[in-house]
Design a protein around this ligand. Structure first.
Ligand SMILES: [Zn+2]
Ligand SMILES: [Zn+2]
Length: 353
């Protein structure tokens, strides 16, 4: 899913496309959200054809941009080998099926990421209803819940047609642009997400796992197959990624950068501050719903933006889940509504939801 910008201003893309080392092209594909652009990477292969990483959201504007860019480069059907997806969020995955139809190419992502895409947008998806029901139990008012389903449904046309997918496996290697790349499991922002790392060029494609000036959204998602403690998974992933020697970091939004470990430290510190604030909010009151805590943390102005409110709510729940796992908070079901409270030393800790 696209990230949200708490208190930030939308960034401008200075370029439509930018030539990178190795003949790679960074293509800034437009988005109708505050993020404005997703970075796609067009990679020349030694055999003369091309690979696309994260083609973008399916809108008229982004299709027109791609047709113009590929025409400029003389890339026609048969010259586009495959689409690689770092993760399944619509701003990255949405155009994959269109590319497959247009250029008869293969589309690759992890099986876990594909399962989530099918849960979100597959035939008969109940996800919008499930999310609304879950947010309702966590205190979101009915007038906001009523906006959720149409909001989520609005993504569907931007991810159609859905591609036939082949699977990438974390822990394996692949050839890309004449180099060998390790596929690194990168959970927390999106289950099943991958980073691609080349030891020879010290380059890493990070998707949305680490971004400049944006803290990637960390969402708790309802469902038995989803990560029950995504913030823990994310912080662990940041530590792991920091151990790679990198000179070029290619992110899914904003410009490429160099200091992966430094940016990972900043994002980790951001979450530690937010956890500390949440601990304080819990300790100051007897009990509170996730929605009340979300508004205390992010402000009630988000009621006017269901897109950002959804991310804020899911991130508040992710932080609460983290504190529950640490034994610092617990939730109680009070007549179908869930409220959280701080656990102090000596309190018995109940199991998670
Ligand atoms: Zn994302
Ligand atoms: Zn994104």
């Amino acid at each position: 899913m696209t990230e949200w910008l708490p208190g930030g201003s939308p960034g401008e893309a200075a370029v439509v496309s930018e030539l990178l080392p190795g003949g790679w092209l960074r293509v800034c594909v437009p988005l109708p959200y505050s993020l404005r652009f997703v970075n796609s990477y067009l990679v020349p292969e030694p055999e003369g054809d091309w690979t696309v990483i994260d083609p973008g959201l399916n809108t008229e504007e982004s299709r027109a941009l791609w047709l113009a860019e590929l025409d400029k480069l003389g890339i026609r059907q048969g010259a586009l080998r495959r689409v690689l997806l770092t993760h399944q969020h619509p701003d990255h995955y949405g155009l994959a099926g269109w590319f497959q139809q247009q250029y008869a190419c293969s589309v690759w992502m992890t099986e876990k990421a594909h399962r989530y895409a099918k849960r979100m947008w597959g035939a008969g998806s109940r996800f919008p209803l499930e999310l609304a029901e879950w947010f309702g139990r966590h205190g979101m008012p009915a007038e906001l819940l009523a906006q959720l389903e149409p909001h989520l449904q609005s993504f569907r046309e931007r991810v159609e047609p859905q591609p036939e997918v082949s699977y990438l496996t974390a822990g394996s290697c692949m050839e890309l642009g004449g180099e060998s790349w390790s596929l690194i499991d990168a959970p927390g922002h999106a289950g099943g997400a991958l980073c691609f790392y080349s030891e020879s060029s010290r380059s890493i494609v990070v998707g949305d796992q680490v971004l400049l000036r944006i803290t990637p959204n960390i969402s708790l998602v309802p469902g038995p197959e989803e990560d029950a403690n995504p913030l823990q998974s994310y912080l662990t992933s940041l530590r792991e990624l920091s151990s790679y020697v990198t000179e070029r970091v290619y992110p899914g939004h904003r410009e490429p950068f160099t200091d992966l470990a430094g940016r990972a430290r900043e994002i980790t510190a951001h979450h530690e501050r937010r956890l500390e604030h949440l601990r304080g909010l819990l300790q100051q009151r007897d009990a509170a719903s996730a929605f009340e805590l979300c508004e205390l943390e992010f402000g009630s102005h988000l009621r006017r933006n269901i897109h950002n409110l959804r991310f804020a709510m899911s991130e508040t729940l992710a932080h609460l889940a983290y504190l529950e796992y640490e034994g610092e908070a617990e939730q109680r079901d009070e007549g179908g509504f869930v409220r959280f409270r701080a656990v102090t030393a000596g309190d018995p800790v109940r199991g998670g939801e």
